[in-house]
Design a protein around this ligand. Structure first.
Ligand SMILES: *Cc1c(COP(=O)(O)O)cnc(C)c1O
Length: 557
């Protein structure tokens, strides 16, 4: 049917046509196959963009935003086919996170089942603000929360939680609860009228800044505690910080412990932090308990190793991998001591964005967030589930909860052990190979995750000594900056090669950490983050080879 142009056409005729733009509400195999065909055409078109490069199509140079800003609202009705082609076009330039030649960052490759969950939620569009609008999708939320409680060791009779808009959202909920615990829930009505502090380490995620700002505390009320060379919060510095604050009469709403930092997989000593908090509550006679939120959006998945038999090692991991996993697990095992935990399925859960869980040890605390305080959130108690009473979000997509459930059901602990174990094993192989070269320094030596940060030095430089001076010697300031440039140059050369279809795509961090003196510059680094089950020893070898080749290329001119 022709619906363009100027001819007159009664709206009801157009409406009939528009009905073919939606999945059919009643059983209609022909319309269903049209729908499947449309998706399948999309997949075909995107498939033709795949190559040896870890990228769909070609690199998109973002110099056309000016033109994008001129986009006008379309006048005419288009067709599914046309828009399908358009959508495939928008995939141009996307990095393929699962590609064997991609070791970019903690970007997840979603399982087919979690994608199907997104499709299910997209077609039927549940709103999990209440079970009235969402069929069994709210069950998926409750069950996912229970499964995660079981995984990390919370008592499911007490624990609770919700899916929210990202790792940032989980920190927001944690800190908000900390504030309301101090204010007895009055902050919801009266607002925050005093300075209340949030504490976290200097290598914790920057979303802490957003949270402090958006909660109305202001970034100035965020106290940043220095980290050790292992990228974990210094306990002695935390002790000092808390004592200074509490002696002054400051109120501390929350301590954010990071279990798996974004850049280096540093893992805070959560157990020690909780013990310290408990001691100081007694010592200072506090009438509230500072909330400890564990930002485990990356590290949570390591909990699948809690009941792995490391002695028998049935999955056959290398000794180096086993040491890494047990070292990480020692810290991850204490997650159950946190008052709340942030979990991102879109980080280490092999699930599409957004699938983030705010997990809470004692769900009754959610009452502090109710807009109607006398109306307790009656989770699990009455036959109804109305999380909308205490969630920040109003419309709540069912995608994240169902996708998380799908990934957990699909993979189980065993599947996650294999996927996570493989990424750690490959990262260990990479470190072993990098360590063989005297001109390369692995920076996150004691952080045994899937991420490896390293720096390369020119010929004639003792790399180990150079790094030591960079980190500690203020007189070495300008040399540090020069080596930052040197490494960036190597990174750029590698990037160019990858874009010609050769080699492995890495990423770059401008601040692995700051050197250990006042006003010190940041130490930049090349970064390999392994997520893909397709990463193999061949890919590992090419990372090392391409670094050495780029270094030679620079040296020879
Ligand atoms: C990614 C990340 C966050 C923020 O999570 P989003 O899902 O991106 O909002 C917070 N903390 C850590 C450690 C992270 O890696």
């Amino acid at each position: 049917m022709e619906i363009r142009g100027k001819q007159r056409c009664h709206y009801s005729d157009i409406l009939e046509h528009l009905k073919t733009y939606f999945p059919s509400p009643i059983s209609d195999p022909i319309m269903d196959s049209y729908f499947v065909h449309s998706v399948s055409r999309f997949l075909d078109q995107v498939d033709s963009l795949k190559s040896a490069m870890p990228l769909l199509g070609t690199v998109v140079k973002h110099n056309h935003h000016g033109a994008s800003q001129q986009a006008a609202f379309p006048e005419n009705i288009s067709s599914i086919e046309e828009v399908t082609g358009l959508l495939a076009d928008y995939c141009q330039g996307m990095t393929i996170w699962s590609h064997p030649n991609a070791q970019v960052n903690v970007y997840p490759l979603p399982t087919i089942s979690s994608i199907t969950a997104f499709i299910a939620a997209a077609i039927y569009n549940p709103n999990i603000i209440t079970d009235e609008y969402s069929g069994r999708f709210t069950e998926a939320e409750i069950q996912s929360i229970a499964m995660l409680s079981d995984l990390i060791g919370y008592d499911p009779q007490q624990s609770g939680g919700l899916f929210t808009f990202g790792g940032t959202g989980t920190i927001l909920y944690g800190c908000k609860l900390g504030i309301e615990k101090i204010l007895g829930g009055r902050g919801m009505q009266e607002g925050i009228r005093e300075d209340i502090k949030i504490i976290s380490s200097d290598v914790s995620h920057y979303s802490r800044l957003n949270v402090a700002a958006w909660l109305g505390l202001g970034m100035k009320n965020l106290i940043t505690v220095p980290s050790t060379s292992n990228n974990e919060m210094s306990l002695s510095a935390l002790n000092d910080t808390l004592r200074v604050a509490l002696s002054r009469g400051d109120k501390v709403a929350a301590i954010i412990a990071t279990l798996g930092t974004t850049d280096a997989f540093g893992i805070d000593d959560l157990a020690a932090i909780v013990h310290l908090r408990d001691r100081l509550v007694v010592e200072y006679g506090l009438d509230y308990v500072p909330h400890v939120h564990a930002d485990a959006v990356i590290g949570w998945a390591w909990a699948v190793f809690r009941d792995y038999n490391f002695e028998d090692n049935p999955l056959g991991f290398h000794a180096r991998t086993l040491r890494s996993l047990t070292d990480s697990l020692e810290r991850i095992d204490s997650l159950q001591m946190a008052d709340s935990i942030g979990i991102d399925f879109h980080k280490s859960g092999y699930t599409p964005y957004i699938s983030s869980v705010f997990l809470l040890k004692d769900r009754s605390a959610l009452a502090l967030l109710s807009r109607v305080p006398e109306q307790m959130p009656y989770l699990y108690q009455v036959g109804h589930y109305h999380p909308g009473i205490y969630t920040l979000e109003c419309s709540r997509a069912g995608t994240g909860a169902l996708a998380a459930l799908a990934s957990m059901r699909l993979l189980g602990k065993q599947g996650y052990r294999v996927l996570i174990g493989h990424t750690v094993e490959m990262a260990e192989m990479l470190r072993e190979r990098l360590e063989r070269h005297a001109c390369i320094q692995v920076l996150n030596d004691y952080n045994y995750g899937p991420v490896t940060l390293f720096r390369v030095y020119p010929p004639g430089v003792d790399a180990e000594q150079a790094l030591h001076r960079e980190l500690n010697d203020p007189d070495y300031h300008s040399q540090l900056l020069a080596y930052n440039d040197y490494n960036r140059h190597i990174f750029d050369l590698i990037y160019e090669r990858v874009m010609q279809g050769e080699g492995v795509l890495l990423s770059w961090t401008i601040a692995y950490r700051h050197a250990n003196y006042p006003d010190a510059p940041a130490v930049a680094a090349m970064k390999s983050f392994i997520m893909s089950p397709w990463t193999d020893l061949k890919a590992i070898d090419s990372v090392v080879n391409q670094v050495m080749e780029a270094r030679e290329q620079i040296t020879s001119y």
